[in-house]
Structures are given as structure tokens and as C-alpha cells.
Design a protein around this ligand. Structure first.
Ligand SMILES: *Cc1c(COP(=O)(O)O)cnc(C)c1O
Length: 358
């Protein structure tokens, strides 16, 4: 079968997996029955787009991605509303960002419209996998890897682009859980001029040590400061970060080492539409600590596709613990979370044109 230029090869009904229990999905554990894949050769461009049964890849041990890290990815979700319809949230932004990451990593760009259509075709094949319980969703993971067998250091000439799907549980099944954050002035995530603004595999490998050490000390995540002065705030774990002061909400400006989050952008736009003074600027850890001390900092939260809004209970910096909003979820975090999820699940009007129905 072919649809929209994609060859579709489906498993028979009786060889499909049973659906996992929606109450205990977790994150990134279960995978659906099929995946999308296409290939690239420099002389041929992208070709052979297919939806095929989920299964292992066969890679040459000399594949460039295994040695030099030419690997990028995206993350977005499909949400099932009470009306049964499946919605995507700003998926074009993810396709655009995939191409920006590809450009930075000297990988081939893809036709954004074609890839979005391929994602939708895959979702149509796997629709039964979009869970319906509150807060659950089907996580969509497009990724690109360099597959050319070659040990020299230069951009590869062969690539695979694939999309896999994973049903994921409600992030806040037991209600909001404000997290304790360790501010590291030892490790850095990304430096200006580096690859921090690309969603590339190596950034996550580079972040593991700091987050493991923070977890051993009893913290949930790390707050990253800039690589040069260890002073300016960048991100929290794998999320963007916002600070709500009495008179404005601030998030670090996209300076080259920060991942431009779709959720970050959505929060900036929503806040502005509510008449809140939203600022993108440099923000030092000292400014934040001073504001906590004199009561001007009212809330702090991370933003990302997985959690949407992740309230921060406290910051641990240079041996001291600074509690924010008594360690509780603030009203703004709550309002942003409720508004964004209501749009995603089709419970509120989509004034911004952010939703695409499958
Ligand atoms: C993916 C990611 C984010 C969040 O981006 P969203 O588009 O909001 O999901 C933030 N920081 C890092 C490092 C990321 O990888």
C-alpha cells in the first residue's frame, strides 16, 4: 500500500502488541507496532520513505553516528481529547527545529511539510496507541543519524531519518510536585559557539554526570549556568527556565547555548496575551538569589514538552538552600499548566492556531 508517497507495510492484526495499561505507562518504555523511516544518500537525496513494523536497525559498526555523534532528535506529543480526536501541538515548530539542528550538525535538511505528513500517516496507522486517560499522550520521537561507514572526520554522506512512537503516562499523576534544584558552578551544559541550541545527542551525554551527582545529593535536577562566567542562568535539566518576579516574568534570551523550546515560546506568548510583562534577557544567579532573599521572586518553573510546567521548590547554590514560594506550586505555574494542557486536549479554544487535528 502507498499513501502520500509513503510505502506502508502493516503487521497483521494478530501480530500487533497488546496495549499497555494506561495507568502505568511511564515515559519512553513502550513502543508502538510500526515506525516511519527514510534514507538519504548524498547523490540521491531523501528517498524510500516507509512505514514498517517496529524492529531493530541493522547498522554498519563503522557508522558515523556511533563514533562522532552526528545524531539529532525531536520530541512532541499527540493528545487524545475527550471528544476522541487526536491533536498535535505546534508540530511545525518541531519540524523547523529539526532542520535547524540538522544544519548545525552538517546533516541534510528534510522537507518539513513532507515529514509532518509522514508523522500524521504514522499516527493514523497507530491511532489505537494514543491513550485516552487524563494527562497521558503518545510521545513522538523523530530522529536522524549518520549511517555512512567511514572513520574519517567529515559530515557523513548517508543518513536515516526515523520516527518512533511511545505512549506516555501523566507527568503529574499525583498532582504538581515542585522540585529541588542543584545549581552547578562546576559543570556546564553548553557554551556559546557550541551546539547547545541544537537538539543533538551529545548534549544529553554531556549532561549526565552533573545530573547524576545532583540526584545522589537528593536533588531532582541541575540548574545550568553559562560556560564562561558561571553566572548567567541558562536552563534547568532538559527544560527551559522562567523566573516570575513581582513586576515581570523573565527567561534567559536565546543566546546560542540555549535550546529554543516550543513550550518556552508558548509560555512567552500566553503570558503576553494575559497582559503580563514577559522578558527575554540575561539573568544572573546573583540577581535571582537576591530576589528570593528580599521576597521579589514569587515563582520559578521549568518548561518542556514532557512536563509542560515544572515548578521549582528550591535552589541549592554554594552550600545554601533558597526556598521559593514556600516550596509550593505558584498560581502562575498552575494557570499556565492548565491553560496549555486545556489547549492541547481540545478543552479550550485554540486562539493562537497552535493545534493540528489528525
Ligand atoms: C527539548 C528541550 C527543551 C524543551 O523544548 P520543548 O520544545 O519545549 O519540548 C529544553 N531544553 C533542552 C535542553 C531540550 O532538549
Amino acid at each position: 500500500m502507498r499513501r502520500n508517497g509513503i510505502k506502508i507495510e502493516l503487521l497483521s492484526d494478530d501480530s500487533r502488541k497488546p496495549l499497555p495499561d494506561e495507568g502505568s505507562l511511564g515515559f519512553g518504555i513502550h513502543f508502538t507496532d510500526h515506525l516511519f523511516i527514510m534514507q538519504y544518500y548524498d547523490k540521491k537525496g531523501w528517498h524510500s520513505p516507509m512505514i514498517v513494523p517496529y524492529g531493530e536497525f541493522c547498522l554498519d559498526p563503522a557508522s558515523v553516528c556511533l563514533h562522532y555523534g552526528q545524531a539529532i532528535f525531536e520530541g512532541l506529543k499527540a493528545y487524545r481529547g475527550k471528544d476522541g480526536k487526536v491533536r498535535l501541538f505546534r508540530p511545525r515548530e518541531n519540524m523547523k527545529r529539526l532542520n535547524r539542528s540538522a544544519w548545525r550538525m552538517c546533516m541534510p535538511e528534510v522537507d518539513e511539510e513532507f515529514l509532518l505528513n509522514a508523522v500524521k500517516e504514522l499516527l493514523r496507522v497507530e491511532e489505537r496507541w494514543v491513550p485516552g486517560a487524563k494527562g497521558t499522550s503518545l510521545y513522538i520521537r523523530p530522529f536522524m543519524i549518520a549511517t555512512e561507514a567511514f572513520l574519517g572526520v567529515r559530515p557523513a554522506k548517508e543518513y536515516i531519518l526515523a520516527v518512533i512512537l511511545s505512549p506516555v503516562g501523566a507527568y503529574y499523576a499525583e498532582g504538581f510536585n515542585p522540585v529541588k534544584i542543584f545549581v552547578t558552578d562546576e559543570f556546564v551544559r553548553a557554551a556559546k559557539g557550541g551546539v547547545g541550541e541544537a537538539k543533538t545527542a551529545g548534549n544529553y551525554a554531556a549532561s549526565l554526570m552533573a545530573s547524576e551527582q545532583a540526584k545522589e545529593k537528593g536533588f531532582t535536577q541541575v540548574l545550568w549556568l553559562d560556560a564562561k562566567e558561571h553566572r548567567y542562568i541558562e536552563e534547568v535539566g532538559t527544560m527551559n527556565i522562567f523566573f516570575a518576579f513581582k513586576d515581570e516574568i523573565v527567561t534567559p534570551s536565546l543566546s546560542g547555548s540555549i535550546l529554543p523550546g516550543v513550550t518556552r515560546d508558548s509560555v512567552l506568548r500566553l503570558g503576553a496575551s494575559w497582559g503580563i510583562n514577559m522578558a527575554e534577557r540575561e539573568l544572573s544567579i546573583d540577581e535571582v538569589i537576591d530576589a528570593i532573599k528580599d521576597g521579589r521572586l514569587v515563582e520559578c518553573f521549568g518548561t518542556g514538552t514532557a512536563a509542560v510546567i515544572s515548578p521549582v521548590a528550591s535552589l541549592h547554590y554554594k552550600g545554601n538552600e533558597y526556598i521559593i514560594n514556600d516550596g509550593k506550586t505558584g498560581s502562575l505555574s498552575k494557570r499556565l499548566f492548565e491553560e496549555i494542557t486545556a489547549i492541547q486536549y481540545g478543552e479550550k479554544e485554540d486562539e493562537f492556531g497552535w493545534i493540528e487535528i489528525l
